[in-house]
Design a protein around this ligand. Sequence first.
Ligand code: FMN
Length: 213
Amino acid sequence: MGVYVLGIAGASGAPYARRVLEQMLVGGHEVKLVISDAGRKVIDVEEGLVLTGNTETDTPSILEWSQSTSSVGSLQMYHHKDVAAPIASGSFPIDGMAVVPCSGGTLGRIAHGVSNGLLERAADVCLKERRRLVLVPREMPLSLIHLRNMTAVTEAGAIVLPASPGFYHGPTQIDDLIDMVAGRILSILGINSSLMKPWTGPEESSHSGRELL
Ligand SMILES: Cc1cc2nc3c(=O)[nH]c(=O)nc-3n(C[C@H](O)[C@H](O)[C@H](O)COP(=O)(O)O)c2cc1C
């Protein structure tokens, strides 16, 4: 089983993070979780989950939130100012990292190597160690600064996966849209999940008679 870092920054899209975390843990993986202050704020606004920043007391809340209490994987939370955490060093082996969602601010700091917190530092480590790093920005519209920062992180080896679910798989509820984005993040990290079925052509779609492409 793998060891993955999951960063949650302060962009809209906390449900994506919830689903990715749940699937990592259900899949038996070790998850190292870092949440920025703004990430905690967004989780409160979008999911009604209040986290204090005390990782010991927040861990059971996070497990309950992600519905992972019966998981076989393990969760370790770190405070975003804990720059002495193992994941701040390239000598600590991990299999990959995702920032879900990734705010414009965190994207900019990663793009410019401004590692003033653990989340950015762990991402910086992934880039320098040539490990897989998936960034999931959520913003609209995009400024030239956002676009340039996305180019910079891509040139440095990261994968930018915008939180923009497609509609060709016939979603009928919000969870279907969440799963499509979460499923792509997991698959790029090399984690198996049943969240997203691969596209096999319009004839396999549930929308018989409807033009999809
Ligand atoms: C409810 C809420 C939603 C937000 N949505 C976004 C967003 O979708 N994208 C974004 O880049 N910033 C968004 N922000 C602003 C960021 O949280 C803010 O820029 C923050 O400083 C980012 O900090 P961080 O990068 O340390 O997480 C949102 C803030 C709040 C409170």
